[in-house]
Design a protein around this ligand. Sequence first.
Ligand SMILES: Nc1ncnc2c1ncn2[C@@H]1O[C@H](COP(=O)(O)OP(=O)(O)O)[C@@H](O)[C@H]1O
Ligand SMILES: [Mg+2]
Length: 247
Amino acid sequence: MTPVSPVRATGSAPAFFSAWDLHAYYGESYIVQGVSFDIREGEILALLGRNGAGKTSTLRTIARMSNPGLTSGEIWLDHKPLHSMKAYDAANNGVGLVPEDRCIIPGLTVEENLQLAQIEGPSGWSIERLYDHFPRLAERRHQEGVTMSGGEQQMLAVARALARDVKLLLLDEPYEGLAPVIVREIESILEEIKNLGITTIIVEQNAIAALHLADRALILDMGQVVFDGSAQEVLDNAELRQEYLAI
Ligand SMILES: Nc1ncnc2c1ncn2[C@@H]1O[C@H](COP(=O)(O)OP(=O)(O)O)[C@@H](O)[C@H]1O
Ligand SMILES: [Mg+2]
């Protein structure tokens, strides 16, 4: 039987991505507390909230990492039920998580890190196409990945996700710890990705930068959604930003 996405309360067609009443725990700690949202294909969603609000946990839940453990709820990506998959299958079905710590593999060159991403599962961009979009990586293709600067490692982490057939890109604090000039460079790469129509969730402490990139915004507080609307609404609403983002 072909699985069918749940029919929304509104009766509208199922979204490209849909998270529906997600509950997830680290052991006994109840962290993701009934999170629901949809994303249209090609849309960029900024997932915002203070430190500890549950942003990383929500991304990890979607990517089907074993922690936090999803106890109930449904996650659909392009008609595939991610909620019944583990991380490996979720990745093969198009989820590309770029974690906060970037996870570049030590001992491997830039090129080997990219090749490794293409060993299993459906491939995305070719190495040559990646080098066209990330010329700094082309220059450093024979350098050990972990010896590069923070910004270059962030580029490699994003490139590695694009080396897979990614349908939903999950970026956890891509600007963290980077100098403003490098942030602008990563921003222009993300603008390009946006123009290519890759559906993306971006988590950022630098909320203003994320909101300028995003179409929509979701604000979390204590593991629950407290705002779901357009990115422009958050930019225009100083009270909302003050209350939940402290900016
Ligand atoms: N591995 C873990 N074990 C237990 N609790 C965790 C773990 N990781 C995060 N938490 C808790 O989950 C909550 C949400 O964390 P997180 O999702 O990392 O927030 P954010 O990314 O919004 O800063 C916090 O209270 C944090 O302490
Ligand atoms: Mg986090």
